[in-house]
Design a protein around this ligand. Structure first.
Ligand code: MD6
Ligand code: FE
Length: 201
């Protein structure tokens, strides 16, 4: 395993996943998405997000007119499918072999999609990191500070890269400015998938 790059306290493991490992995860995610289809969340301000989402695990992350929160059910009323083993395995290797994350949020970026600067703070215990896996097209990841604004640094996340946001970085603002649509052939219809694993309770 290569040593991670440290950027503002984020640990970035470039090329963590082999091509075969990436393909295995994409295959497993097709099963997740058939049980829990991607949907377009509405922000509490009534604007649709450009990213489509679904989740696996005990909880899924949802957003609608009532706000952002973790929910036990997909908007279609079904419980979320299990987090696929090859995804859980990454957490066990990089974070903790025993404590399991309770949510795998799946974000899909079609051409033109982006994610504004945000903190991940809907979880109960910020001592657990958030781990993210990038698949498909490259995304320009921007990292800021624990309060909004100020200087930022950016890095392109490529397919197979894994990021761990923990410690002092756990509440840093971050986002995806843009993707390079068509830069990867991993996904059948192009675009970018980002998985984030979280301990929720
Ligand atoms: C993305 N990532 O890469 C968005 N959050 O599409 C995140 O929002 C994120 O990469 C928490 C920890 C790592 C991340
Ligand atoms: Fe995030």
């Amino acid at each position: 395993m290569n040593n991670p790059i440290a950027l503002r306290g984020f640990k970035i493991y470039k090329d963590f996943l082999s091509q075969e490992a990436q393909e295995g995860i994409v295959h497993a995610l097709r099963g997740v998405q058939s049980a829990a289809p991607l949907f377009s969340p509405m922000t509490p301000y009534g604007k649709p997000m450009s990213v489509r989402m679904t989740s696996a695990g005990k909880y899924g992350w949802i957003s609608d007119k009532n706000g952002y929160r973790y929910a036990l059910q997909h908007p279609n009323g079904t419980v979320w499918p299990d987090i696929p083993d090859p995804v859980m395995n990454i957490w066990q290797r990089l974070v903790d072999p025993h404590k399991r994350p309770e949510c795998c949020l799946i974000n899909y970026y079609q051409e033109g999609a982006r994610m504004g600067m945000h903190q991940d703070r809907d979880e109960a215990d910020f001592d657990w990191p958030v781990l993210s896996v990038s698949l498909g097209d490259e995304g320009l990841f921007r990292i800021g500070n624990s309060t909004r604004g100020g200087k930022t640094d950016s890095i392109w996340l490529r397919s197979g890269d894994v990021v761990v946001m923990g410690g002092a970085a756990r509440l840093c603002y971050h986002g995806i400015d843009r993707i390079r649509f068509g830069s990867s052939t991993l996904l059948q219809h192009g675009g970018r998938l980002n998985l984030t694993l979280r301990v929720v309770d």
